[in-house]
Design a protein around this ligand. Structure first.
Ligand code: PHE
Length: 454
């Protein structure tokens, strides 16, 4: 029954709209900016394999669990846990999620701002003026250290997210993703064609696709797991929130499969754009976070049709960032609408501004605040670390325990099958087994390994 929904909440207009929006949340800077550089740093193909295992064995069951919680309760993460176990400390998972959303968007918005700036700078051609990644890296370093410019683009990015979320679920988020996600796919294919037809592209492809298992250790597995959570937008109630606007007749399992496959394909395709290009130009893939901002511009500069390619690449990056940024904002906004009874407009404006303000020190972390370090890390790195490496895996693990053991897979199963008998043998059994035993234990082990490094 949806009677408890208040009229500020909203709904998805169609199943396709929902899938595009949830995929929009999942496909983001995590896929295009982070995935290639951590593949580069962690040994290429072997890392990709471990990542795929994490996606299918751990990520997919949790995504289905989150959609189910959301649709069952029609609530934000806090409201969802509270409705199923009223007054219990399980609600804490919801609060952790809302906090993680706030934290992640605070630094995600900064990087989103960088992508906006690079769209402009690639149009004017200024990012393409360098013969080597060293100079391009210096240009990037100067830019992210420039207080005025960084804050301007950060504000522009947050303003864009606010403007979309203000228009609500159907009229704002869904409409935006309906246009932006297909655009993203087209752009990605164009880029891939260009990249794979460069001389020397195959060497990059080999690095990317040939596993070298000597590179695998506990830390690599940890990074792969964290990336799986981040990339699928799991562990913080984002998919609970998006699921909460879904009608009872939709098929939750097939939606989950579509979103996971879409997100994973995009990450893999991005690798096929970046590694062939990097190798073809004789550059190193181990560059780290600067890979797309300092290595790629050099690649574009020395590539036929490079100017146009650069512009569409950075537009791709900006689109991916927006469709994820709005989902992060929506989680926090939904909390204030559902739990505090705020109007959408008030919630979006206040929450959006607060996240922007809290993000300012992250924005300044590579400039005037670069020396403000605590335990060797700047503000940006701390917020990223707390949210991505602690709150998300912990949130994901506790969500699995909650659905597997507390609310129970029987109740979850009923919700999944509410409309039709869609979740049969052997998938239902397989999911139950994964969510009860494998997911919590696997995340637990990885966590312990993290605290007791050897
Ligand atoms: N999945 C997004 C990305 O890959 C980031 C994100 C994380 C979005 C958590 C929402 C929630 O960039």
């Amino acid at each position: 029954m949806k009677t408890e929904s208040n009229n500020q909440r909203g709904f998805w207009g169609s199943r396709m709209g929902f899938i595009l929006a949830a995929s929009g949340s999942a496909v983001g800077l995590g896929n295009i900016w982070k995935f290639p550089y951590i593949v580069g740093q962690n040994g290429g193909g072997a890392f990709v394999l471990i990542y795929l295992v994490c996606i299918f064995v751990i990520g997919t069951p949790i995504m289905l669990a989150e959609f189910t919680l959301g649709r069952k309760t029609n609530r934000n993460p806090v409201g969802a846990f509270d409705q199923l176990k009223p007054g219990s400390s399980w609600t804490g998972i919801g609060y952790m999620g809302v906090l993680a959303g706030f934290f992640i968007l605070s630094f995600y918005g900064v990087v989103g701002g960088w992508t906006f700036a690079y769209v402009v700078k690639s149009i004017t051609g200024s990012v393409l003026a360098f013969p080597s990644p060293k100079e391009a890296g210096e240009f990037f370093g100067n830019f992210i250290g420039n207080t005025g410019e960084v804050l301007f683009y950060h504000a522009l990015f947050m303003g864009t997210c606010i403007a979309i979320v203000l228009r609500g679920i159907h009229g704002g988020i869904e409409k935006a993703c309906d246009v932006l996600m297909p655009t993203l796919v087209v752009i990605l294919f164009l880029l891939m064609l260009r990249s794979l037809t460069l001389d020397g592209a195959m060497e990059g492809l080999a690095f990317y696709l040939t596993p070298d298992f000597s590179k695998i250790n506990a830390n690599v597995i940890l990074v792969a797991l964290g990336q799986a959570f981040f990339s699928l937008s799991l562990g913080m109630g984002c998919m609970i929130t998006y699921g909460s606007y879904l009608s009872d007749k939709e098929n939750l399992t097939s939606c989950t499969v579509y979103v996971v496959i879409f997100d994973t394909l995009i990450a893999l395709l991005v690798g096929m754009v970046i590694f062939p290009a990097v190798f073809a130009m004789g550059l190193e893939p181990t560059e780290g976070p600067g890979l797309v901002f300092s290595v790629l511009p050099t690649v574009f500069a020395s590539m036929p049709m490079g100017h146009g390619v650069a512009v569409i690449f950075f537009i791709l990056l900006a689109i991916a960032a927006i469709t994820s940024g709005i989902s992060l904002l929506e989680v926090v906004v939904a909390y204030f609408i559902d739990q505090r009874g705020w109007q959408r407009k008030k919630a979006v404006l206040i929450v959006g501004s607060a996240i922007f303000a809290f993000g300012i020190p992250s924005g300044l972390s590579f400039g005037v605040m670069a020396d403000v370090k605590f335990l060797g890390m700047n503000f940006f790195d701390h917020i990223d670390n707390i949210a991505s490496n602690y709150l998300l895996p912990l949130g994901g693990m506790l969500t699995a325990v909650f659905v597997g053991w507390v609310w129970g897979t029987k109740n979850a199963h009923e919700e999944i099958e509410k409309h039709e008998n869609e979740f049969g043998f052997p998938w239902a059994q397989c999911w139950e087994f994964l969510i009860r035993y494998i997911t919590p234990v696997a995340v637990g082990i990885v966590f312990i390994a993290k605290f007791f490094p050897h």
